[in-house]
Write a protein that binds this ligand. Structure first.
Ligand code: ZN
Ligand code: ZN
Length: 644
């Protein structure tokens, strides 16, 4: 490198934005240095790989270069292989094939193969395989290994095995790729066989086994491998913690976390955010608080992703005050993810105005909102009945920020109008959508018709839904509710018959509650032999009696239909899982504590009513997160204003 080139490269490495890169390019062009092969190559590398959002620029650099070399082609292929548009790697590769001055090498093949794997495109993959064959590069370690991964991603584990067998001297990376391939194709036995055949194993191989097992929920095997590992690193621990947590085994996740702590090992960011996201899913507030304390103690507080996860966790556990506190104390610059998590947290609990004011604060701070944030903010408007605000935000999104609305944005708008009872407006909006409405959009509208008892529109909407998604049990339930509401029992019977004929599968319902840092899961129904269920059931009987006498509770027989999606039998309304979980919490938690329950499905009308009465009769606060939102029951009413 001469001194001019050296100077150029150091300037280039300081370019952090596309704009500064363009400036640099313009200045280099004045001096003619941009046609220096070394500078041109570095410029392309910087825009394709090191800088985000500059891939298009990189492509233009290549196209305008009079004699691009192999390195330049490979750089662009590599850039695209990690991007959202991996197909561009393939087109760059084709371009390269036409240019005889820049021969394809192992890197060109390996990076394009990676793109084929990302696209799961077997056709492209096999074409590249034959390109590798004609060049004698298919058994090259780097190429061979990516071929194995490509076949695995495309679901062809036998091809991956054949490819492996052709490689004369596979190294540990190749072996590991084959283990991953078997797990990828859900072949646990195959993965074990390869693992046992490996001549030497490194830590990464053991970690792959752990990751493979935990991902498939094979915890017994995972534990066995974990126990016999000669050494473990933070990845081994985080894999176990996150793996257990993701499968809802919070007690086990917690157990590993404690053990890790006892050994004096600092968990990494992955295991912390993973454990936090598990808490968020389960609504495990106490565990989240422990993790928070830990994060403060070991000094992870300055990490933005950890803070974001913490904000999200507190929001989803229903502790919005803590979420706000974490958000406000976040050090340094908050990212768009930080803002989105806190706004979503406020939205899901019905704090629409607060969500909007934070949104404006964010705009003021100079952060440009993205499509995801707009979904969140529109959701906030619809769940707080802010119709005009929602209209305004939708306009702002399209006109000021130039964001093209996607199906989720439309869904929020339909929900917004529907909740507010503006059904005609909602229907009109759907008819005018620029993309064709999917089943979710129509379902949202059907839900609104059900809530507002508009039988005529409901039937029209249901016809649309029957074309798009005839086998959805929820839609049938909604329609039958509307008929029941209108007293049309014959129609109710017809809907139920057609449900039976279609053999619609219902998702089983469960509810979870954390008591003394242990998660308890309840399912509908009553099992005599389970001590915890028995305890919950006894308490529930007592509670039901008291709300009947003091609160005037009458079971909602008509609306039993409301939720037959999950818990059909009339008798079992009494023992819906959320009732059991709440009763259990009432028996176990200290007085004055909020009872927090998470339910995987929508809460039914009867349970909703029961919670309201409990909150009134017992002077208790209940926070129930169901599939669609948070319900905060206080003094006999709910934050959702009976619409969910
Ligand atoms: Zn229920
Ligand atoms: Zn509610």
């Amino acid at each position: 490198m001469n001194s001019a080139e050296q100077f150029c490269v150091s300037l280039l490495n300081n370019c952090r934005t596309l704009r500064s890169l363009q400036h640099f390019h313009a200045r280099a062009a004045v001096t003619g240095l941009d046609s220096d092969p070394l500078v041109a190559g570095k410029l392309l590398l910087h825009s394709a790989v090191h800088l985000s959002g500059a891939l298009d620029y990189a492509r233009r650099l290549l196209l305008h270069n009079p004699c691009p070399d192999t390195f330049m082609y490979n750089t662009l292929i590599r850039g695209f292989s990690d991007s959202a548009s991996p197909q561009n790697s393939v087109s760059t590769f084709s371009l390269m094939l036409q240019n005889l001055d820049s021969p394809v090498d192992s890197f060109s093949l390996a990076f394009t193969l990676k793109s084929a794997a990302n696209m799961r495109c077997l056709r492209t993959g096999t074409q590249l395989h034959s390109q590798a064959l004609t060049r004698g590069l298919h058994t090259h370690l780097f190429v061979g290994t990516t071929l194995i991964s490509m076949y695995a991603e495309c679901g062809c584990v036998e091809f991956a095995q054949n490819m492996f067998d052709e490689i004369p001297e596979p190294n540990i990376v190749t072996w590991n790729a084959l283990v991953t391939a078997f797990f990828r194709c859900v072949d646990v036995k195959g993965a074990e066989r390869v693992f046992n055949l490996m001549p030497a194993k490194n830590l990464a191989s053991y970690n792959l086994m752990l990751a493979g097992y935990t991902k498939l929920g094979e915890f017994e095997f995972a534990r066995k491998v974990f126990d016999k590992m000669p050494i473990r690193d933070e990845i081994s621990w985080s894999t176990m913690i996150v793996g257990f947590a993701q499968h809802g085994c919070f007690n086990e996740a917690f157990e590993y976390f404690r053990e890790l702590h006892k050994l004096g090992i600092t968990p990494n960011e992955v295991s912390l955010t993973g454990a936090l996201s598990a808490c968020a899913q389960a609504g495990a507030l106490e565990f989240a608080k422990i993790l928070h304390g830990y994060i403060e103690k070991v000094g992870f507080v300055w990490m933005i992703p950890v803070n974001n996860a913490l904000t999200d966790t507190y929001s989803k556990c229903g502790s919005i005050d803590m979420a706000l506190l974490v958000f406000q104390r976040m050090p340094g610059e908050k990212s768009i993810v930080s803002w989105t998590s806190i706004i979503a947290g406020l939205a899901i609990q019905g704090y629409g105005e607060e969500a909007l004011s934070l949104f404006h604060e964010m705009e003021y701070s100079g952060i440009k909102p993205d499509g995801i944030l707009f979904v969140t903010i529109l959701y906030a408007c619809s769940h707080s009945g802010l119709v005009e605000k929602g209209d305004e935000i939708f306009d702002r999104m399209t006109k000021i920020y130039g964001i093209t609305p996607e199906i989720e944005h439309y869904g929020c708008m339909v929900d917004l109008y529907g909740r507010a009872g503006q059904l005609a407006k909602a229907y009109d909006f759907v008819s005018k959508m620029t993309i064709s409405p999917n089943a979710v959009i129509w379902r949202t509208l059907l839900g609104a018709c059900s809530f507002h008892g508009d039988l005529q529109l409901a039937e029209r909407v249901k016809r649309k839904l029957s074309e798009l998604d005839p086998k959805n049990s929820g839609d049938h339930v909604l329609l039958s509710n509307i008929y029941a509401f209108a007293g049309k029992w014959k129609d109710v019977a017809t809907v139920r018959r057609s449900m039976a004929e279609l053999k619609l599968v219902k998702t089983p319902g469960w509810s979870m509650i954390e008591v003394d840092k242990v998660m308890h899961t309840f399912v509908a129904g009553f099992k005599e032999d389970d001590a915890v269920i028995k305890e919950a059931y006894e308490k529930l009987k007592e509670v039901m009696l008291r709300i009947r006498v003091e609160g005037g509770y009458v079971p909602e027989v008509v609306n039993v239909l409301h939720d037959i999606e999950e818990e059909e039998k009339e008798g079992s309304v009494m023992v819906h899982s959320e009732k059991l979980a709440v009763a259990f919490g009432m028996g176990r938690l200290t007085k004055g504590k909020i009872v927090r329950v998470v339910k995987n499905l929508r809460v039914c009308k009867d349970c909703h009513n029961v919670m309201k009465l409990i909150s009134e009769v017992y002077g208790l606060e209940i926070l129930l997160r169901d599939r669609s939102r948070f319900h905060s029951f206080k003094n006999g009413s709910c934050s959702c204003k009976d619409y969910w």
